[in-house]
Design a protein. Structure first.
Length: 124
């Protein structure tokens, strides 16, 4: 993807930090071999870098593996909550309070589908 002479530039330091943080969180989760941990780290990095919709075909185009490899990698059971808790404890320390935020932007919000919005009836 990039030539070897650019590996020490400032462009790669955030990418290396991201990869290192993911690897450290994956070390704390037992039951996965090194190949799967590298696969997952590289896939998460591509999720962060790809500018458009990410699916297995896009991962095949931009990644190092074929579509079948990505499909079989994601068919394995993986505890995302444990991974996210490891990431948060590594990045933010062992605090007593943590919050999980979910972005519901994929939910349709127009017209009658919006919760609490729609035809209004007058209450007399």
């Amino acid at each position: 993807m990039f030539s070897g002479k650019h590996k020490n530039t400032a462009f790669f330091s955030p990418l290396n930090q991201f990869s290192n943080v993911c690897q450290m969180a994956l070390k704390a989760i037992p039951g996965f071999n090194k190949a799967f941990k590298n696969f997952l780290t590289n896939t998460l990095l591509m999720f962060a870098l790809l500018p458009r919709k990410v699916n297995f075909t896009q991962l095949e185009i931009y990644g190092n593996h074929c579509e079948k490899t990505y499909r079989s990698g994601f068919s394995k059971r993986f505890e995302w909550v444990d991974f996210n808790l490891e990431l948060s404890s590594h990045l933010f320390g062992e605090g007593d309070r943590k919050a999980i935020a979910i972005d519901p932007s994929y939910i349709s919000k127009s017209g009658r589908h919006t919760q609490g919005v729609g035809l209004r009836r007058l209450i007399c």
